[in-house]
Design a protein around this ligand. Structure first.
Ligand SMILES: [Fe+2]
Ligand SMILES: [Fe+2]
Ligand SMILES: [Fe+2]
Length: 442
């Protein structure tokens, strides 16, 4: 990306804020990814593992349940002896491994529920399982036992007892010993349940050398786009369409290369706040109720919350925050005065509306390109969408619609490949077990 060649983005805070968003879908999941990241990294340090491995543990812990695409998949991970962990670990592995710099983290995530079984857990399905995956498992099983409503020191003995009792069968004994050693200090537990546990990790570990160059950002944005969109088959290609339409509109209206690069990222990530919305709502097979909307209306707010601190992302975050605003103040959630709506947000709103109208939803069918343009001209006339950008879309409808369709066809292929890859590793399981279908069973 030629935006600013020197831009380097720190990976850990970015991954951590994405995963934190996925923990907001239920109070039961409160700070789960942060806790596992802390535990895995601290136990890695207690075991005096090399710096690179401790960093991998922190990173893998921060995203380990990212493949739990629905609330049901996430909540079942809170059973101490959970059954069928592949239903979330496999999609997590497949998604993370689609971004080459995350190949090692992906492997740790893939096997993060494998039992040690007195050494038989050195492999699973004929593949080697890293001891780091086992340590991630232990960290995870500690974290799920914490009840945020109770004093942590009143819980620690029972947590330790349960982990020690499973030494050898579930966990590597040497790793259990490291946990016992770390768990002796009260401060270990206070850190673990601190609302600032992610900041504690960043203070204590050298993580700031884990950076992405700006050239790698679109690849990472593509990974997050999949995590966001693959949570429902109805939205599986949505952000790709928004990015393509947004970039075309921005280029045609005079944005320079730096501006269109930002629009690409904004299009891919504008709905990242949907990670706080249960997939069950996104895939619901009926018109959404007012209580569903109460949840959905949070998503642009959380898009901004997730993106706000990323270096170089100020405008991208602002556009994402404002993509559901309307010029007449009828949008959400900030309702700024019309004059405060930047061009980037106006373009993103047009690209988002255009793409959404051309997509099926559980409760309505897709519209065609020309029909869509008519609806949008009506919205511009009502002072909801920016008239100039809607007119530009209308003037170049065939070209822009072709770009959108091409991008969404490619994203559809990727979605099919994702489901096929999950099936490849677990052929006896239906792909719908990974992705809510909207038929009401998930
Ligand atoms: Fe898990
Ligand atoms: Fe977990
Ligand atoms: Fe949205």
């Amino acid at each position: 990306m030629p935006t600013s060649r020197s831009l380097r983005v720190e990976l850990y805070p970015l991954l951590s804020s994405i995963a934190n968003a996925t923990d907001l879908i239920s109070p039961i999941l409160h700070d789960h990814h942060k806790k596992v990241s802390f535990l895995a990294a601290m136990l890695g340090r207690t075991l005096q593992l090399p710096k690179a491995e401790v960093q991998q543990l922190a990173m893998a812990g921060a995203v380990h349940d990212i493949g739990g695409l629905s609330i049901r998949r996430r909540l079942e991970t809170f059973e101490f002896e959970m059954i069928e962990p592949d239903r979330h670990a496999l999609p997590g592995y497949v998604l993370l491994s689609s971004f080459p710099p995350f190949a090692e983290i992906a492997n740790l995530v893939r096997f993060h529920h494998v039992y040690w079984q007195q050494g038989r857990g050195l492999e699973y399905g004929g593949e080697a399982v890293s001891p780091l995956s086992h340590l991630l498992h232990l960290a995870d099983r500690v974290a799920i036992q914490i009840d945020p409503r109770q004093e942590i020191l009143n819980q620690k003995e029972e947590i330790i007892r349960r982990i020690v009792a499973a030494s050898g069968e579930m966990f590597i004994p040497e790793q259990v010993e490291a946990f016992r050693e770390a768990a002796e200090k009260e401060a270990f537990w206070f850190d673990l349940v601190s609302p600032e546990v992610d900041k504690i990790i960043q203070k204590r570990l050298p993580l700031d050398d884990l950076v992405l160059d700006c050239e790698e950002l679109p690849g990472l944005a593509e990974l997050f786009r999949k995590v966001i969109d693959f949570r429902s088959r109805f939205t599986a290609t949505h952000s790709s369409g928004v990015a393509a339409a947004g970039v075309a509109l921005a280029a045609k209206s005079g944005f320079d290369e730096k501006g269109t690069d930002k629009m690409l990222l904004a299009g891919l990530l504008h709905d990242v706040g949907k990670l706080v919305v249960p997939a069950e709502i996104l895939a619901k097979h009926a018109p959404l109720t007012s209580s569903d909307f109460a949840v959905i209306r949070k998503h642009p707010y959380y898009s901004a919350w997730i993106l706000r601190d990323i270096e170089g992302f100020a405008e991208i975050s602002q556009w994402a925050a404002l993509h559901h605003e309307r010029l007449d103040g009828s949008g959400y959630p900030y309702r700024p005065p019309t004059a405060e709506l930047p061009d980037g947000a106006r373009i993103l709103a047009v690209a988002d509306t255009f793409t959404a109208l051309t997509e099926d939803r559980p409760y309505r069918c897709a519209m065609t390109g020309p029909g869509t343009a008519q609806v949008m001209l009506g919205m511009a006339a009502q002072h909801k969408l920016d008239h100039d950008y809607v007119a530009l879309l209308h003037d170049h409808l065939e070209e822009f619609d072709h770009l959108r369709q091409t991008a969404q066809a490619a994203a559809d292929l990727e979605h099919q490949r994702f489901l096929a890859d999950c099936r490849l590793h677990a052929p006896d399981r239906d792909a719908e077990e990974y992705c809510p279908t909207g038929r009401g069973e998930d």
